[in-house]
Ligand binder design. Structure first.
Ligand code: AHR
Length: 655
């Protein structure tokens, strides 16, 4: 090839490069028509007791197996000296076991019990802990004493108090302990400190500083992290936990209310669901039960969305009708749903409304939604859902019912169930998708052509799973979720709710990843996925706006994904742009259709950007991936943006 030709090719290449560098992407934000309202429930939370999310996590109780009613009654406890488990004349009929500590028979010997917590207990220096126990003196001769100690991982005592057990009947004793050190693998030790014997039941230890300072409360940092999202809806208690491995182990909400001491222990299916992540000490205390759930929803300003069993045990684990409640025998299950609505909303003179009032909340919780069934499929599901829908409609016509489209985002079951949900006229259909990052990008326009006449969509469980990194909560997963969510937002006329899943994971005891928030016994780490959810929830807006490029929705062309909303309260437009490409992009957003002479200013602009898609936050470095301020300029009615490579951006345009 001649040199001149080579040069001219090089020149062409350079011009091409230059043109590429200067290319701008023109978006149009049509301000003439304010679109469909965005539901206040749009961005919410999904909670399930998986990964030690409740016991050992959000529920601030530090003692595992506090009532000795795990099937192995001393699981979680070390015993020494003369300790026996008894259950005759129990104090709590649904948690009958208790322990008796007796004199070991020599002045130098010791009797006692020590609890290991949930992979240890977290104590903070100078913090106060509330210890309580139900006890009775088993020795007629005189008062008995126990000594209660906080222990660090090297067996040093970092807090202690003595309690005199002065009654021969069961009585609750309480004492506060102050930790002299910070320790994340602590234990609680209880010695018999007199030469007689005592019976102990429901041994409990909580930090005094719980969320809102409540007794039987929630871990403050974790509950605050949820609140800080500003969730619009709060789904509970799962997930597969709703269904149970069998009907006996389903989540039975009635067992989760009333005095905590008498809430029976339930199996937690996540103890054995994945044999390669086996956690034999994982049970549900129901200490964080439906009352605590409704309270937290109220505290966060989120609509509660309970999901109840439809009479089908987990279909992944059970094949055949014999595992489930026969269709004609669902009455007590249907009644459970009606009673839950009464518990939440009923007058204080109703049976369940009275229990709510007795527990401390006479005012109704104003429940508006209920889900029936989790990931169900086959004809077994609609035929069971039907009697629920009928009964709920008849008694509570204002309650919105949510049905399921099965465990997958598409396929045979999905295609069968959607028409069935329409036939049954449920209000919303729950869709689940745990998929690869590519799927999230390819599905950014998933809802653009959904039927607008049928039930609305609840994207009830989703997360981008980057299998190449063992499903880490890395930036790739967060960015692809952000890109996908532009499609949820654009279609907010039919997508009324979405909740990332799962929510929590204990770093030492997790069964499923990725998860939105990771924690150990003292610390917490918000993942980039958390921040994406938070950016959407904080910038949800009140109405969908039409944002296009070349008259088309922006859903992946040139690696750009974008949506826009109007926010009535702040009188501003909010534009969200994900750039999943490796080049920065200059974008011009022209606001068309506005009043003549309308003037706009740029409000707060935020970005999440990283050149390394595999990067993550950790407990030691929780701020590696966090939203940062960015800027944009506005000239007349044109917003100029530089969307950096691999970034998710939120821009506010004030009117
Ligand atoms: O979120 C974890 C599990 O994923 C849920 O329990 C279940 O609904 C889904 O399969």
């Amino acid at each position: 090839m001649k040199l001149t030709k080579i040069l001219s090719l090089a020149a062409l290449f350079a011009i091409g490069q230059n043109m590429y560098a200067q290319q701008t992407y023109d978006f149009e934000l049509d301000t003439k028509k304010v679109g469909a309202p965005i539901q206040s429930t749009m961005y919410g939370l999904f909670f399930e007791d998986i990964n030690f999310a409740a016991d050992g996590g959000l529920y601030a109780e530090l003692v595992k197996n506090r009532s000795f009613d795990f099937p192995q009654s001393l699981m979680g406890w070390y015993t020494f000296g003369k300790v026996e488990v008894a259950k005759n004349n129990p104090l709590f009929d649904r948690n009958p076991n208790y322990v008796i500590l007796s004199d070991p028979g020599h002045v130098h010997k010791r009797t006692g019990i020590e609890n290991e917590g949930f992979r240890g207990m977290g104590f903070k220096k100078d913090a106060t802990y509330r210890f309580s126990v139900w006890a009775k003196n088993m020795n007629a001769a005189g008062d008995q004493k126990i000594r209660v100690e906080l222990i660090d991982s090297k067996s040093n005592i970092i807090g202690g108090e003595e309690i005199t057990i002065n009654a021969s009947d069961w009585k609750k004793y309480q004492v506060t302990l102050i930790s002299t050190a910070t320790e994340d693998k602590g234990h609680l030790r209880i010695f018999l400190a007199s030469a007689g014997s005592v019976a102990l039941e429901h041994v409990s230890l909580f930090p005094a500083d719980t969320y809102k300072g409540r007794e039987n409360g929630l871990r403050k940092d974790l509950a605050q992290a949820l609140t800080d999202i500003h969730p619009g809806v709060f789904r509970f208690p799962g997930g597969c936990i709703v269904e149970g491995t069998d009907l006996d182990s389903r989540y039975d909400w009635k067992k989760s209310v009333g005095p905590v001491e008498n809430r029976p222990v339930n199996e937690n299916r996540w103890h054995y669901t994945f044999p390669h992540r086996f956690f034999p000490d994982y049970y549900q205390s129901y200490g964080l039960g439906f009352y605590e759930y409704f309270l937290l929803s109220e505290d966060m300003g989120a609509e509660p969305l309970p999901v109840l069993s439809c009479g089908l045990a987990c279909q992944f684990q059970n094949e055949g009708e014999h595992c489930h409640v026969p269709v004609g025998e669902l009455d007590s299950y249907v009644q459970d749903a009606l009673d839950l609505i009464e518990f939440a909303n009923g007058s204080t003179s109703s049976t369940w409304g009275k229990l709510r009032a007795d527990m401390g909340h006479p005012a109704p919780f104003n429940l508006k939604y209920i889900g029936i069934g989790n990931e169900q499929w086959g004809k077994e599901y609609p035929e069971r859902l039907e009697p629920f829908v009928k009964a709920i409609r008849a008694k509570y016509p204002d309650i919105k019912v949510i049905g399921s489209s099965g465990p997958s985002a598409d396929g045979e079951q999905f295609d069968y169930l959607w028409p069935e949900m329409k036939r049954l006229k449920v209000d919303l259909v729950d869709e689940h998708y745990y998929k690869e990052p590519e799927w999230f990008l390819a599905n950014a326009s998933r809802y653009d052509n959904y039927d607008r006449k049928g039930p609305a969509v609840f994207a009830g469980e989703y997360a981008s799973h980057d299998h190449s990194t063992g499903k880490q909560n890395n930036f790739l997963s967060a960015l692809t979720e952000a890109a996908f969510m532009t499609g949820l937002e654009r279609n907010a006329d039919i997508v009324h709710m979405c909740t990332y899943a799962p929510l929590f994971a204990h770093v030492d005891a997790w069964q499923w990843n990725p998860d939105m928030i990771w924690f150990d016994n003292l610390r917490m780490m918000k993942t980039p996925n958390y921040y994406v959810q938070q950016l959407y929830a904080h910038n949800a807006g009140s109405n969908v706006m039409t944002l296009t490029r070349d008259k088309k929705a922006i859903a992946g062309q040139d690696n750009l994904y974008a949506s826009a909303v109007y926010d009535k309260g702040q009188n501003c437009y909010i534009v969200k742009v994900a750039n999943t490409g490796t080049e920065a992009k200059d974008i011009k957003v022209t606001l068309t259709g506005g009043k003549k002479g309308a003037s706009y200013t740029v409000g707060d602009c935020v970005t999440m950007q990283n050149n390394d898609l595999k990067s993550i936050n950790t407990l030691d470095n929780p701020s590696n991936l966090i939203p940062q301020k960015t800027s944009a300029t506005i000239e007349g009615n044109v917003l100029n943006i530089k969307a950096q490579a691999q970034s998710f951006n939120v821009y506010k345009i004030k009117l």
